[in-house]
Ligand binder design. Sequence first.
Ligand SMILES: NC(=O)c1ccc[n+]([C@@H]2O[C@H](COP(=O)([O-])OP(=O)(O)OC[C@H]3O[C@@H](n4cnc5c(N)ncnc54)[C@H](OP(=O)(O)O)[C@@H]3O)[C@@H](O)[C@H]2O)c1
Length: 216
Amino acid sequence: MKIAILGTGMVGKTLGTKLVACGHEVRMGARDAANEAAAAWAASAGSRASTGTFADASAFGEVVFLCVLGEVATKVVEAAREGLAGKILVDLTNPLDFSEGMPPKLFTSGSDSLGKRVQAAAPEARVVKALNTVSCNVMIDPASVPGDHGLFVCGDDADAKARVLSLLREDFGWRVIHDLGPLAMARCTEGYLPLWVSLYGLMGTDRFNVAVQKGG
Ligand SMILES: NC(=O)c1ccc[n+]([C@@H]2O[C@H](COP(=O)([O-])OP(=O)(O)OC[C@H]3O[C@@H](n4cnc5c(N)ncnc54)[C@H](OP(=O)(O)O)[C@@H]3O)[C@@H](O)[C@H]2O)c1
């Protein structure tokens, strides 16, 4: 499959490398087509990896992963909007505000969420919120954390969500995935992030996750 990664940070590089290793063609997008981090990633990832602008990448991918700084997520989606029409857009971003120290605040509130803003920035895209509650190392290697820990997914398009669930299971190896329903639930998964950051401090590793256990 042709996959786009919007973002050259550690999430974009980690996902991109894994997806190339799974046999996909992956194009990484950045503000500048000559972005050095993207070029270095493509050189190390092999012949199925390529680079371009955010717009180039979104035009290329059948599925697009949004892996940019939360503050600029809607701006990046607007830049990539034309290529996103009808596409599955997996939103991994978090609305974190570190301006008042740790743990971070969210820059969204009430019923607002970054998932909702991303969908509004590209109304023709089929947004699925996923993977934002675990570190990128756990995203692509859930077995590195023992137990039946799970992932949370939400989105308004049932077919898009089913295709993302399939990719998460088959390519990344996720066994437990909680489908929370509509994209409006993005505010709930994003709201977990200040706790995730606090747990990261306690754990001393990013390889941890939560498990939802049900009583009898
Ligand atoms: N780190 C994790 O393990 C983890 C886990 C779950 C979710 N997340 C979420 O994943 C997202 C990506 O995290 P990350 O640490 O990999 O990367 P990041 O440093 O948050 O973002 C890097 C990307 O943001 C773009 N960017 C920065 N400033 C910009 C601006 N003014 N205009 C347009 N684009 C701009 C960069 O573009 P250029 O390439 O052009 O420089 C780059 O592609 C975040 O929202 C984060 O909350 C991270």
